[in-house]
Design a binder for this molecule. Sequence first.
Ligand code: ATP
Length: 337
Amino acid sequence: MSKSFGSVAALESFDLELRAGSLMALLGPSGCGKTTALRIMAGFERPDAGEVWVAERRVAARRAWVAPEHRRIGMVFQDWALFPHLDVWHNVAFGLPKEHGERVREVLELVRLSGYDRRMPHELSGGQQQRVALARALAPSPQVILLDEPFSNLDASLRASVRAEVRAVLRAAKATAIFVTHDQEEALSIADELAVMCAGRILQVGAPHDVYRAPLSRQVAGLVGEANFLPGRVARERVSTPLGTMPARGVGDGAVQVMIRPETIHLEAGCIDDAVIVDTEFYGHDQVVRARLADGTAIDVRLLGPRPDLAIGSQVRVTLTEPPHFYPAPSGSSIRL
Ligand code: ATP
């Protein structure tokens, strides 16, 4: 599908399929078209070309159009959009026929807000308001739930627990859902499937673990997780890099980018000085150490636990615990090794 706003191409050859019962994260940098994609799925925006299907029903095409309220799609907005003048019960019941009190009770139980039905939105915590918004989206039993940056309004201390709760509720409801985020940790931690997009296109779709371990391109590697990129030159299945030469099985001769995840680098202080420690950042559960290689290239290394032997200025030996990934070098770049 494609969609432009004047001269801005928001979506180009955008193609995405959501597996029934799965929770997909749509991850991409700001302005890449995530919200536009969600708005087209919901029916708030028309695609210039392409189709939208919900289950077996075509809801948007050149000559077909189903209005948002008839698509059987539930939506959770970034600001949750609760009605401030309605209590929890009436927020959830909004849009349901009157006789559906039983369904309201059911979804409030699902989101663990059974005793809160008479509370007003301002009498709830951020996490509870989020659950009301989810209950309201689930109440009409939609075929798909769309969540637009659903956790961005929560402070960091609440976010992790609310994320886990939302996932548990969606699983219990056997809901098919897609949520938009630019937070890679969020996308990796709660999604069953991860779709990575950039500049209006889907770059890769897969299980979070697979996308992280085997990014199809340099761009995906940089968008999902942290990555070091080193210049390399391959000759006869060996690559020369600022870290020395190493095997490059199945990679054709020529210039490449070598991608190394920070947690796959091992540092050992002592006799061999491949690099010197130039900075350390301590995060409590782990730390990131920056080392400068002999040619001046800096690499980031993520290490678990305290390493008093790696003080700034220490000389270290650098080894890899996993083989790196190789991508074509950007055109126009020159590498001399
Ligand atoms: P963010 O993460 O910052 O919310 P996004 O990935 O959701 O960004 P979109 O909001 O979909 O990105 O926007 C994609 C592109 O389309 C941007 O360049 C944006 O400026 C443009 N755009 C979106 N909506 C409109 C509109 N109604 N009119 C004009 N341009 C628009």
